[in-house]
Design a protein around this ligand. Structure first.
Ligand code: GRF
Length: 206
């Protein structure tokens, strides 16, 4: 019986596509839902094209964060996911919601946590003059971008990099790190996977 994975998005859903495409063959998980808090998210059509059930929960239809999270919780429980992957999901979730899914919710964040929690991570790494940047997959806890690290991929910052060029070089690493971490977690392994862009990536099936 495959593990059921719900993927939450807000935008283009490129990480969602990478995750969904990795869950094939002898992978122990399958996508059961793609949900967006934005009706116009490009990832919704991509999910539909992949044959994945989709839901939209427009956060603007709710008076407050707690009401949105309660509605999100109810939709999710209809799909009974074993794991939830936040993939470009730009909502901060309430502690009550997170507690209800503690240990079963992953997120990908575009920095080498614990550096640069929050937004504008590429610009902050450049402003700091960092030699390296990267992305992190972590368990979601009540504290923003702060849960146990499950994997990181590192890349060197190049002279002349801008936030846009850095984001563009980082995204393909996200698309390889997240599926590799999901495969490990779905197989029962939570040891952190530490990679860098010079090392060969394991295939998501590894
Ligand atoms: C990615 O950079 C991810 O790290 C961040 O959201 C961005 C967009 O992701 N959380 P996607 O293309 O919507 O998956």
């Amino acid at each position: 019986m495959s593990l059921r994975v719900a993927i939450l998005i807000s935008g283009s859903g490129s990480n969602m596509v990478a995750l969904a495409r990795s869950m094939t063959g002898d992978h122990p998980a399958r996508p059961c839902l793609v949900l967006s808090n934005r009706p116009g998210a490009g990832g919704l059509q991509k999910a539909a094209d992949l044959g994945i059930p989709t839901e939209v929960l427009d956060h603007r239809a709710f008076d407050n964060r707690a009401d949105f999270d309660a509605a999100l919780d109810a939709v999710l429980r209809r799909y009974s996911p074993d794991l939830i992957c936040l993939a470009g999901f730009m909502r901060v979730l309430t502690p009550d919601f997170v507690t209800g899914w503690q240990g079963r919710m992953l997120n990908i964040h575009p920095s080498l946590l614990p550096k640069y929690r929050g937004l504008d991570t590429h610009a902050r790494a450049l402003e700091a003059g960092d030699a390296d940047h990267g992305c992190t997959v972590h368990e979601v806890t009540a504290d923003l971008d702060d849960g146990p690290i499950l994997g990181q991929a590192r890349l060197a910052i190049r002279p002349g990099d801008t936030p846009d060029t850095l984001a563009a070089r980082l995204l393909p690493l996200e698309h390889r790190l997240y599926p590799a971490v999901l495969r490990r977690v779905a197989g029962g392994c939570r040891a952190p996977l530490m990679l860098d862009d010079s090392a060969p990536f394991p295939s998501p099936q590894a």
